[in-house]
Design a protein around this ligand. Structure first.
Ligand code: PGA
Length: 241
């Protein structure tokens, strides 16, 4: 269960309080829980809850260091985060390309963290029947550049039209894409399909989560809006467990 807080909350005290409430609430729940706070709150959140729950970053710059104003490298995140989201549609929409996302995944892996590779089609791509072509291209670009022994990935299927819209995919549609993504992982390396986890993301709430968690190829969720309220996110983690 991955919480993507995006650019929330505003204050460090609120970020730490939310993280502590989640950490206390998920004790005894049989689900791995990962919080992805804004970069500026990573250190405080990690100090407050680590290693009780996992910490993830929301993005990374793949360059080792240098003149990249405002950016954060994988070297800087190493030791602080176990996961890094790469390719979120909000960042692809701001100009990140498949190639950049692939380089991000490589740098995350090289620093011992696990990339959470976000893939998903827009509404127009879906209408045109291109969903699988789009997600295969997005995942394939990453798989092509990772070393053969790169270890398991997390792949998050997040239809762009479902993110923050209140209109999630149906469980059956999400399962169909998740199964296809697992097939892609299997054709790359058999062990990769078994060891990697596939999440669904896009308007997941406590009310609809069971639709997704009941699906064979959906191992969890990447949650935005519903991760900002501790009780709701704990209920989601409980449902996942
Ligand atoms: P949402 O966001 O749960 O608010 O739809 C999910 C995401 O963008 O990861």
């Amino acid at each position: 269960m991955v919480a993507n807080w995006k650019m929330n909350p505003d204050r460090q005290t609120d970020a730490v309080a939310l993280a502590l409430a989640v950490a206390d609430g998920v004790v005894g729940i049989d689900a791995e829980v990962v919080l992805c706070p804004p970069t500026i709150w990573l250190l405080a959140v990690a100090a407050a809850v680590g290693p009780r729950i996992g910490i993830g970053a929301q993005t990374v710059n793949p360059a080792p260091r240098g003149a990249f104003t405002g950016e954060t490298s994988a070297t800087m995140l190493e030791g602080l985060a176990a996961y890094v989201i790469v390719g979120h549609s909000e960042r692809r929409g701001a100009g990140e390309t498949d190639g950049l996302v692939a380089r991000q995944a490589v740098s995350v892996r090289a620093h011992g963290m696990v990339p959470i590779v976000a893939v998903g089609e827009t509404a127009d791509e879906r209408t045109a029947g291109h969903t699988l072509a789009v997600v295969f291209r997005q995942l394939g670009t990453v798989l092509d550049v990772l070393a053969a022994d790169h270890g398991p990935l997390v792949v998050a299927y997040e239809p762009v039209w479902a993110i923050g819209s209140g209109t999630p995919a149906t469980g059956a549609d999400a399962q169909a894409v998740a199964a296809a993504l697992r097939g892609e992982l299997r054709s790359h390396a058999r062990g990769l399909a078994d060891d990697s986890r596939i999440l669904y993301g896009g308007s997941v709430t406590a009310a609809n989560a069971h639709e997704f968690f009941g699906q064979l190829d959906i191992d969890g969720a990447l949650v935005g809006g519903a991760s900002l309220e501790a009780e709701t996110f704990i209920a989601l983690a409980r449902a996942a467990g």
